[in-house]
Design a protein. Structure first.
Length: 68
């Protein structure tokens, strides 16, 4: 998922996406540990997407504090 697509999401959708990615990373790590992961780059891609989502959530939180 590219940053442009992520920026279009609302805060609630970002929180939902964060939960989905956390679960996905957990399952990918389990599959990697049991040697069932066919595409190892998927784990890296998911971790980076999660970092992008968390960054945007942090930016929204800081903007909300600045307005107060």
């Amino acid at each position: 998922m590219k940053i442009g697509e992520i920026r279009d999401l609302s805060v609630d959708e970002l929180h939902a996406r964060e939960r989905e990615l956390t679960d996905e990373i957990f399952h990918l790590r389990l599959r990697r540990a049991t040697a069932q992961l066919t595409n190892p780059s998927k784990l890296r891609e998911s971790r980076r997407t999660l970092a992008r989502v968390k960054t945007l959530l942090r930016q929204h939180a800081l903007q909300g504090e600045a307005r107060k």
